[in-house]
Design a binder for this molecule. Structure first.
Ligand code: ADP
Ligand code: MG
Length: 588
């Protein structure tokens, strides 16, 4: 369809926000445009990690002469007309924002010729203003050149990381699209050197071998499964490659998932893949793999986040199960893998596994699912130190005891801790108790002016809803006093440079909205905010804990001023006296 400006009501329905964060985001948006234009060859040329030059050339449809200026207007798109179209999107783009946003913060030149026209056009813009628009001879297709990115937005320039980091981000974007579109030829050149090339010959295996290296690829197995739709559920196809158990890493950055040709980040699905290796890989290690999932467009909502990196499924369990089954089937072919058969038969990963988690009331989308820890970004450095849930220095002995010395006996349902004390048995709600402990810790640190702050190696950007963004702005000082360093980045988008230590292990793009929603209806006092942070930072129900972790938690609870209640007023522990137990068993 022709390019046109979206109507107000459609605009209102589209997830809004800044999409141009760094050179790699420009590369991503432009590659998506080339793919949407049906290109079979896409060349990416970069100079100075994208700060100086980003050039994407494609052999796609090109843009009509009459439409070129419109293409650079905000909300101008040829891919969407009305809100119903959102349900059946087959294109990667649909917001009509990228060209407008990119050209506003750079010097942009586009040379394009539509297949149906004899002459091409060259359009040059500076910070969003047109410099020239002239006819020019050009091959069919489009070349977009971005020079001096962010020359007029110093805040974003400042946000950029080292050259190597930015280059790595660009490489990640290009190689991911090359894997998702094996029949398109991708070439990436950085500073004149060819860094990556895919053949466009159509095989995922070829591309995966190039991206992961042939040695790794030899240790991967093909995943192929088709879930036939039943009970109105979608048919989900899973195709890809996953590593043998012995080939694993200490982070999740090599678990790559595509839904209908879109690279997405989904904590639950990543977890589904990792869980399929249960009892084959040590905890804290992760497999590698690439999975291309396809399902009917109406079963997945891509209009969740402006960068389109997150999706929402109509039925996430269905997808979770399909992925887990497919991966598990594939890795079972590694006969030599040391499989712990007891664990396999007990906690198989079919529906039983899901049911089990449901009973624990564990949200599938939670970043704290199982022992999962995430910094919110998939490409943070490989050397993420595993943070312990229950910090050290547990139960500082200089504080008065409020509970007797307790000995941990075990954990029930991954929700309660059983402990024994001189006066009988204690059942402790791990989540409520940890909330109490973190609340005390943070309050004390603030009082003593010894706030422990965590600054991630890479500042993280967080997109908020307009309401949350307003609240965050209003509570700016309060957040700062709790150790958050947050800067405005773009519309509803913020950069988080630091946060209180107790939420360091969490995905900030999820925790910040959670904190805001928890304080929303309070009086916004500091203690309300501390309660919210403690609640987000606390170990979740459903989390299996090691004995020493439980013991550390109890040690700290034993010296909390009010150990019987969480800061939000929930019961933390139930005591069954020796007398009570004796009576129950008719021993008295
Ligand atoms: P969106 O992709 O969401 O539609 P963009 O701002 O990225 O928004 O692009 C605006 C429009 O410009 C697209 O809808 C498309 O019609 C056209 N366009 C952009 N890049 C290309 C390209 N490489 N080849 C052909 N058409 C393009
Ligand atoms: Mg686009």
């Amino acid at each position: 369809m022709p390019i046109a400006i979206l109507t107000e009501d459609v605009i209102a329905r589209i997830a809004a926000g800044e999409v141009v964060e760094r050179p790699a985001s420009v590369v991503k948006e432009l590659i998506e445009n080339s793919l949407d234009a049906g290109a079979t060859a896409i060349h990416v040329e970069i100079a100075a990690s994208g700060r100086q030059l980003i050039r994407i050339s494609d052999n796609g449809s090109g843009i009509l002469r009459d439409e070129i200026e419109l293409a650079f207007k905000r909300h101008a798109t040829s891919k969407l007309r009305d809100t119903d179209d959102l349900e059946r999107l087959v294109t990667l783009g649909f917001r009509g924002e990228a060209l407008a946003s990119i050209s506003a913060v750079s010097q942009t030149t586009i040379v394009t010729r539509h297949r149906s026209e004899d002459m091409g056009i060259s359009l040059k813009m500076n910070g969003g203003t047109i410099q020239h628009n002239k006819a020019i001879g050009a091959p069919a297709g489009t070349v977009v050149t971005i020079e001096n990115l962010f020359f007029n937005t110093p805040a974003r320039l400042k946000f950029l990381k080292s050259d190597n980091t930015e280059k790595r981000h660009i490489q990640t974007v290009v190689t991911r699209y090359a894997m998702a579109y094996p029949d398109v030829r991708f070439v990436l050149k950085q500073d004149g050197r060819e860094q990556f090339r895919s053949s466009g010959g159509g095989g995922l295996a070829d591309v995966v071998a190039k991206v992961f290296g042939i040695d790794s690829f030899k240790r991967m197995v093909e995943v192929e499964s088709e879930e036939v739709g039943r009970g109105g559920y979608p048919q989900i196809n899973v195709y890809g490659f996953v590593s043998e158990p012995a080939l694993n890493r200490n982070d999740r950055s090599r678990i790559i998932i595509f839904i209908n040709g879109r690279a997405i980040q989904d904590t639950a699905l990543t977890h589904a893949i990792t869980q399929a290796y249960h009892a084959m890989i040590k905890s804290g290690r992760y497999p590698m793999g690439v999975l291309l999932l396809t399902m009917p467009t109406e079963f997945v909502d891509v209009n969740v986040h402006p960068t389109k990196a997150e999706v929402r499924f109509k039925d996430s369990n269905q997808v979770f199960v399909a992925v887990q089954r497919a991966v598990r089937q594939a890795i079972l072919s590694f006969a030599e893998a040391p499989i712990n058969h007891d664990e396999w038969s007990d906690t198989g990963f079919t529906n039983d596994y899901i049911e089990y988690n449901r009973q624990l009331n564990m949200p599938m989308q939670s970043p704290d699912f199982g022992r999962l820890r995430d910094y919110g970004n998939y490409d943070v450095a490989d050397d993420n130190a595993d943070l312990d849930y229950i910090p050290e220095g547990a139960g500082s002995p200089d504080k008065p005891r409020t509970l007797p010395l307790l000995r941990v006996v075990g954990q029930v349902g991954a929700v309660y801790i059983i402990a024994e004390g001189p006066a009988g048995m204690y059942l402790i709600d791990q989540n409520a108790a940890h909330e109490r402990v973190l609340y005390e810790q943070l309050s004390e640190n603030i009082k003593a002016n010894e706030l422990k702050i965590f600054s991630p190696d890479e500042s993280l950007s967080v997109m908020l809803s307009p309401e949350d963004a307003t609240l965050l702005t209003k509570l700016g000082d309060e957040f700062a006093s709790l150790g958050f360093e947050i800067e405005v980045f773009g519309p509803n988008t913020f950069i988080v440079r630091s946060m209180p230590h107790i939420i360091a292990g969490q995905a900030i793009n999820q925790t910040l909205p959670q904190i805001l929603s928890l304080v929303q209806y309070t009086n916004h006092r500091q203690q309300d905010m501390i309660t919210a942070i403690a609640s987000v930072g606390a170990v979740k129900s459903g989390q299996i804990l090691e004995t020493d972790e439980m013991q550390a938690l109890i040690r700290q609870l034993e010296r909390c001023p009010s150990p019987y209640e969480s800061p939000s007023g929930r019961t933390t522990l139930v005591h069954m006296s020796r007398e009570h137990l004796a009576k129950e068993f008719g021993r008295s």
